[in-house]
Ligand binder design. Structure first.
Ligand code: HEM
Length: 475
C-alpha cells in the first residue's frame, strides 16, 4: 500500500489521541487512588441506603441514633442524613469549639423554599451577618422588657382557658398538645408579629403554618398535586399573603400614629431592611424558631414537675414568696426566682427541644484524627453534652445554683450546655424563650393545679414529652 501524506497524518493523529487517552486514564486513576486513600482517612461509619442514607433511623430518635453510633465506632462517625454526608462528632470541648467556630449551616437546600431564602437560619455570611445584626434589634434588653406585659396577659388568658376546659371535662384527662400549641402560637404571633386575630383566624394561620413546615420533611421536593411538597408550597403562598397584609397594615399604622411594639415593628422601623421579602421571611423564620420550641418546653416542664411533687412544692413556695399573684411581672420579679430558673435549665438539659446543631464544612477539616471532606455536614448534639454532668439521668436543680443560691447560667458554654447552640449562629431568641417560660411557670405555680395522666416521648423534629392531663384553678 502506498504511504500517502494523508494516511501519515491520520497515524500521527491516532498516536496523539492514544497518548492523550492514556494520559487521561492515568490522571483519572491517580485521582481515584488519591480519593480512595483519603476516603480511608474518613471517619468510620456507613452511608446507609442510596439517597436517603440513614435518615429514617435518625429521625426515629436522633439522640439514641447518635449514642449507638458513638458506641459502635468509638466516637466520631460518618453517615448520610437528608441527602448529605454527615459526621456526628463526639461531644468534646475541642469539637464544640471547632463546630461552633463555623458559620455556614448544613441544612438541605429544600429548607430555604420553606423558611425563605433570606430567613436568618438559611443565609450564610456575609448576608447572615447583616440579617442577624438587623434581627438582633428585636431582642435588645429594653425590647425584651417591653414584651413582658403581653406575655403575662396571654399566659393568664390561656391558663384560664385550660382550667375552664378542665372544669367542663369534669376532671377527665385530655390531650393538652393542641391547647398548648395554640397558646405558644398566639404568644409568638402577638409578640413577634404584633398580630392579634380572632381565635378562628389564629387557628387557620396555625394550620397553614404547620402544613408549610411539613415541607421540611418532604423527601421528594416536586410540586405534584397530592405530594407533601405541593401542599407545603401552596400553604406557604397563602401564609405569605397573610403576612404581607399584616406588614402593609402595620407599616401604615406606624406611619400615622402608633409606636413600634412587636419584633416585626422593630424591623419595619429599621431603615436598612431591603425588601418586603425579607420582612415576610422574618415573620416565617421567627414563628418557626419561636413557637414549637416553646410548645415543646412547656410540655416538658409540666412532665418534669409532675414527676417531682417535692420540687413542685419548693418552687411554689419560691413564687408565693416573691409574687403577689396580680402585679405586673417585671425583669426584677424574674430575677427573684432562681430555683424556677434552675429548674427550667435542668428541663432543657434533660429534654433539649432542638436535637442537633449543624454546620456545613467550607474546607476539608481534620476532626478527631479523621479527614472530613469539604461540603460535608458536621453535627453536634445538645442531648449528649447534657449527659456529661455527674449522675446525668438525675434531675438536679442544684447544678445551676451557686452556693449562695443564685442562678448560675452556663448557656454560653456550649461544650457544657449545648441547648441553644453556640458561636455566631447561637440561638437569637434564647433570652426571649427564657422570659416566656418564666412568665408561664410563675403564673402556673402561683394559681393552678394540674395532673399528668400520660406522657409520650417525642424525638423529632423537636424533642419533648407530649402529655395528657387535667388542669384546674387553685392550689
Ligand atoms: C426553648 C426554646 C429554644 C431553643 C431550645 C432554641 C434552640 C436553638 C438552637 C439549638 C439553634 C441553633 C444554634 C446553633 O446552631 O448554634 C437556634 C437558632 C435560632 N433560634 Fe432558637 N431556640 C429556642 C427559642 C427561640 C425563640 C423563642 C426564638 C425567636 C423568637 C428563636 C430564634 C432563633 C433563631 C432566629 C435562630 C437562628 C440563628 C442564626 O442562624 O443565626 N429561638 N435556636
Amino acid at each position: 500500500m502506498a504511504i500517502t501524506s494523508s494516511s501519515l497524518g491520520l497515524a500521527k493523529t491516532s498516536k496523539r489521541f492514544a497518548v492523550a487517552a492514556c494520559g487521561a486514564l492515568a490522571l483519572a486513576a491517580l485521582v481515584a487512588w488519591r480519593r480512595a486513600r483519603r476516603a480511608r482517612r474518613w471517619p468510620p461509619g456507613s452511608f446507609g441506603w442510596p439517597l436517603i442514607g440513614q435518615t429514617l433511623e435518625f429521625i426515629k430518635d436522633p439522640g439514641a441514633f447518635q449514642i449507638a453510633g458513638h458506641a459502635k465506632h468509638g466516637g466520631t462517625f460518618k453517615t448520610s442524613i437528608l441527602f448529605s454526608p454527615t459526621v456526628f462528632v463526639s461531644p468534646t470541648e475541642a469539637n464544640a469549639k471547632l463546630v461552633f467556630s463555623k458559620n455556614s449551616l448544613g441544612f438541605p437546600s429544600t429548607f430555604k423554599y420553606v423558611l425563605g431564602e433570606t430567613s436568618l437560619s438559611m443565609v450564610n455570611d456575609p448576608m447572615h451577618k447583616r440579617i442577624r445584626t438587623l434581627n438582633l434589634r428585636a431582642f435588645t434588653d429594653a425590647q425584651l422588657d417591653s414584651y413582658l406585659p403581653q406575655l403575662q396577659e396571654l399566659t393568664a388568658k390561656h391558663l384560664s382557658l385550660w382550667a375552664a376546659a378542665g372544669k367542663r371535662g369534669q376532671g377527665q384527662p385530655c390531650d393538652l398538645f393542641f391547647d398548648i400549641k395554640l397558646y405558644a402560637f398566639e404568644m409568638a404571633q402577638a409578640v413577634l408579629l404584633g398580630a392579634e386575630f380572632p381565635i378562628e383566624k389564629t387557628d387557620r394561620l396555625m394550620r397553614l403554618f404547620n402544613t408549610t413546615m411539613g415541607g421540611l420533611e418532604a423527601v421528594i421536593p416536586l410540586e405534584i398535586p397530592g405530594l407533601l411538597w405541593h401542599k407545603a408550597m401552596s400553604c406557604r403562598r397563602q401564609l405569605v399573603g397573610e403576612y404581607q397584609q399584616l406588614i402593609d397594615t402595620r407599616r401604615e399604622q406606624l406611619r400615622v400614629v402608633s409606636k413600634p411594639t412587636s419584633m416585626l415593628d422593630t424591623m419595619l422601623t429599621a431603615d436598612d431592611v431591603n425588601s418586603d421579602v425579607e420582612l415576610q421571611d422574618f415573620c416565617i423564620a421567627m414563628m418557626f424558631a419561636g413557637h414549637d420550641t416553646s410548645l415543646s418546653t412547656m410540655q416538658s416542664v409540666l412532665y418534669w414537675l409532675s414527676k417531682q411533687p417535692a420540687v413542685l412544692a419548693e418552687l411554689r413556695q419560691e413564687v408565693l414568696a416573691e409574687w403577689d399573684g396580680s402585679s405586673q411581672l417585671t425583669r426584677e420579679t424574674l430575677g427573684k426566682v432562681p430555683k424556677v430558673r434552675a429548674f427550667l435549665q435542668e428541663v432543657w438539659r434533660l429534654t433539649p427541644p432542638v436535637p442537633v446543631s449543624n454546620r456545613n464544612l467550607e474546607e476539608e477539616t481534620m476532626i478527631d484524627g479523621y479527614l472530613v471532606p469539604k461540603g460535608w455536614t458536621v453535627s453536634f448534639v445538645a442531648a449528649l453534652v447534657g449527659q456529661k454532668v455527674e449522675q446525668p439521668s438525675e434531675f438536679r436543680m442544684g447544678r445551676y445554683l451557686d452556693p449562695s443560691g443564685h442562678f448560675a447560667d452556663q448557656t454560653f458554654e456550649p461544650w457544657i450546655y449545648g441547648v441553644f447552640g453556640g458561636g455566631t449562629r447561637m440561638c437569637l431568641g434564647y433570652k426571649f424563650a427564657r422570659d416566656e417560660m418564666l412568665v408561664f411557670m410563675i403564673q402556673l405555680l402561683r394559681h393552678f393545679s394540674f395532673t399528668v395522666a400520660s406522657a409520650q416521648a417525642v424525638k423529632f423534629p423537636f424533642n419533648y414529652w407530649r402529655i395528657s392531663g387535667t388542669f384546674s384553678r387553685g392550689l
